[in-house]
Design a protein around this ligand. Structure first.
Ligand SMILES: [Zn+2]
Length: 284
């Protein structure tokens, strides 16, 4: 294993060493993993007990920093330049909620807050939390939203929420069990949890393997399929109400773009999209 000589490099090295050696499977509690795919700079390994896939990094030099988009200019580039894409996506994910049940909504890992904005437009009293300073500042300043710069761990409130959104969040979380405990604590009695994650059990992953857009190996610890995501929620006291497979957003121009559109069309036809939406409710 190679490593960066900077202080940040050591921090990453220690974290990864810890992860590789101490992480237990958040579904079955297993500690034994087998290599599922060797991508040279990282491996995908899957739990021998339940087949949950996770990333194992081997090259810490040439990968990007795990703190992507944390600078102000990166945040602006990511969330403002692509504003139409994010606004479209916010509508798509919120359409997965039942049409009744307006109330309070918490978006955990809200980024700049496009989902919070759309939820507000639909009649929810919506707030968002995110640990990123530039994201939260942008959302407050540009979109005029009720956002807090907090991790879930440090978010203290007595309020219970009718809807909690985890939009591309769970795959980043080292300890999903502890994280979901807090989510359940913050849920109102009839509260709903809306989860979106990349889906590794998909046509796009089968075609692109190590280069699949949804892997993001330097940031995603867990590589869920629709099945393992459902198992994770059920293993942590959540009842799964419905599941949908859709596709990640691909912005590919020209002829290549036409090929991608065809692939995504096939993905939909064969129910093999590379993004999962799940609606769940805590067993209270
Ligand atoms: Zn397992």
């Amino acid at each position: 294993m190679t490593l960066r000589t900077s202080q940040a490099g050591w921090k990453i090295f220690i974290e990864i060493y810890f992860m590789d050696n101490m992480l237990t499977c958040p579904i079955c509690g297993g500690k034994a993993y087998r290599t599922a795919l060797d991508c040279k700079k990282f491996f995908l390994t899957s739990c021998k007990g339940c087949k949950l896939t996770r990333t194992k990094l081997t090259d810490l030099i040439s990968g990007p920093s795990p703190d992507l988009y944390m600078s102000k200019s990166e945040a602006e580039k990511h969330y403002l330049v692509q504003r139409e894409q994010f606004a479209d996506y916010a509508r798509e994910i919120l359409d997965f909620l039942p049409n009744v049940n307006r109330g309070s909504l918490l978006d955990v890992g809200c980024g700049m807050g496009w989902v919070v904005k759309e939820a507000g437009r639909r009649g929810y009293v919506a707030v968002g939390i995110d640990p990123s300073v530039p994201y939260v500042n942008l959302g407050k300043r540009v979109l005029k939203l009720d956002l807090y710069r907090k991790t879930l761990e440090k978010f203290r409130t007595r309020q219970k929420f009718d809807v909690i959104v985890l939009n591309h969040v769970l795959e980043h979380i080292k300890n999903p069990r502890k994280f979901l405990e807090k989510i359940k604590y913050l849920s109102s009695k009839s509260g709903l949890l809306l989860v979106a994650c990349p889906n590794i059990d998909s046509l796009m992953f089968r075609l692109f393997r190590c280069k699949w857009y949804g892997l993001v190996p330097w940031q995603h610890i867990w590589q869920f399929s629709d099945k393992t995501l459902k198992m994770l929620l059920q293993a942590n006291g959540l009842e799964v109400i419905k599941i949908k497979k859709t596709n990640l957003y691909y912005k590919v121009p020209g002829i290549k773009g036409a090929v991608f559109r065809l692939l995504l069309w096939f993905s939909n036809i064969f129910q093999s999209g590379d993004q999962t939406f799940i609606l769940a409710r805590p067993n209270k």
